[in-house]
Design a protein around this ligand. Sequence first.
Ligand code: FES
Length: 239
Amino acid sequence: MADFERIASLKDLPDNGRLSVFIDDDPALLVRIGDAIYAVEDVCTHDGQPLTDGPIVDDQIVCPRHGARFDLRTGQPTCMPATQPIATYLVEIRDGEIYARPRTANESASESLEGGTAMATAEQSVVDKNAPEETERYGEKIDDAKLIEALQQVIDPELMINIVDLGLVYEVNQAANKVNVLMTLTSPACPAGPQIVQQAKMALEKLKDVDEAEIRLTLSPPWTPARMTDAARDQLGIF
Ligand code: FES
């Protein structure tokens, strides 16, 4: 079993910061969210893209290339096109220094969420025993705001902005436990279209009480930049 090795000083990893490091000679990423510190492999399992600069949403890192997501706690993919997990490392904080080591074959990430050290806190090495289940994260009752919140998790991989802020979502309706979405794409030839549709479906069907999500595409009315929110415009530098 590999020993813990000193990776970095805690003072070099500010809150909401990240640090590219090597753990056991492999490229890895340290991410700090509040007091929690995660260490994950810095290579997307879909096509080898570094995750280094990927947006972080709800304890998940988004691959900047095609939009796959990985749970920082377990490394499991939570969004296509990735289907394989990234490695996560065991982390300890000792005297203001961050130590990490690879897991052994018997130390799965899910096990360590219950009893190991999937992550450490800035205060001490502890386990994220209070990490919410996916269904709890979105609450017991799904209202329209929860549906929109789920769709905001879907990132257009070309523009790196979520589909709601881009103004791609035209209608969201619920009937019993089925959700119907009418949306568009930034252009009829958008190569990311199938991926965006699949991700929107998956994001909604992860919600408790949603049995099925149907995503329909329309090109009428066509999308224009005028549909973007101010936040999206700011992100793209459009004034
Ligand atoms: S390389 Fe990461 S999603 Fe394709």
